[in-house]
Design a protein around this ligand. Structure first.
Ligand SMILES: Cc1cc2nc3c(=O)[nH]c(=O)nc-3n(C[C@H](O)[C@H](O)[C@H](O)COP(=O)(O)O)c2cc1C
Length: 181
C-alpha cells in the first residue's frame, strides 16, 4: 500500500449521494450543493450535515431551522456543480438554473421538482465547533415515475461516480426486519 495524505480520507469514505439543500429565508428561496452528510438514526430519522458559515444557506438554516434535502440524478450533474459554485447572496439560483420550486408541506423551504426525492427537514440540534446540523426528516417525497434514477457520488474536485449495479442481499438481513421500509 502507498500512503497518501489523510486529508483524502473523505474520498474513500464518501457518504450517500450528492444532494441539494434548499432553504427559504425572508421569503427568498435558495439552493446549495452538499456532500458532507450522514444518517444518524432510523426513528425518528436523523441526518447530520456540515454546512460552512461562509455559505448563504448557513445563515438561512440557522435563522429558520428548516430545509429540504433534494436528491438529484446524473442528468443534473452540471447544474449540481454550478449551484455549488455560486452564492445565493448574489444569485437567484432557482431562476438561473431553471429549477421548479414546489411547495413543501411542513417547512417553508421548497421542494425541487426535477429531483428524484425531497426530504423536508427541521434542525433539532447543532454542534457549532464543526458547523454540524442535526436534522430530523419530517416528510419524504419520491418521484416514482422518474426514468433516470442514478444518483451522483462525489469523489472530490467535481468528479463523480454514477450509481451502478444493485446487489440485493435483503433476504439475509434477518436482524433488521423491524426497521421501517
Ligand atoms: C460537489 C460539491 C459538494 C459540496 N459539498 C458541500 C458541503 O458538504 N458543505 C458545504 O458547506 N458546502 C459544500 N459545497 C459548497 C457549497 O455548495 C457552495 O459554497 C455554495 O456556493 C453555497 O451556496 P450558498 O452561498 O447559496 O449557500 C459543495 C459544493 C460542491 C460543488
Amino acid at each position: 500500500m502507498k500512503e497518501v495524505p489523510a486529508s483524502g480520507a473523505f474520498r474513500q469514505l464518501e457518504p450517500g449521494p450528492i444532494v441539494l439543500v434548499t432553504t427559504s429565508h425572508q421569503g427568498k428561496p435558495n439552493i446549495m450543493t452538499m456532500g458532507f452528510h450522514m444518517m444518524i438514526q432510523h426513528e425518528p430519522p436523523l441526518i447530520g450535515c456540515v454546512i460552512g458559515p461562509w455559505d448563504h444557506s448557513y445563515s438561512a438554516l440557522r435563522s429558520t431551522g428548516e430545509c429540504v434535502i433534494a436528491i438529484p440524478t446524473i442528468d443534473l450533474t452540471r447544474t449540481v456543480v454550478d449551484i455549488g459554485n455560486c452564492s445565493g447572496d448574489t444569485v437567484d439560483k432557482f431562476e438561473r438554473f431553471g429549477l421548479t420550486l414546489q411547495p413543501a408541506r411542513s417547512v417553508a423551504a421548497p421542494l425541487i421538482g426535477e429531483c428524484l426525492a425531497n426530504i423536508e427537514c427541521r434542525v433539532v440540534d447543532t454542534v457549532d465547533a464543526y458547523n454540524l446540523f442535526i436534522l430530523e426528516a419530517e416528510r419524504l417525497w419520491v418521484d416514482t415515475d422518474r426514468k433516470e434514477r442514478r444518483t451522483l457520488h462525489h469523489r472530490g474536485d467535481g468528479v463523480f461516480a454514477a450509481d451502478g449495479d444493485v446487489l440485493d442481499f435483503s433476504e439475509r438481513m434477518e436482524k433488521w426486519r423491524h426497521l421501517p421500509r
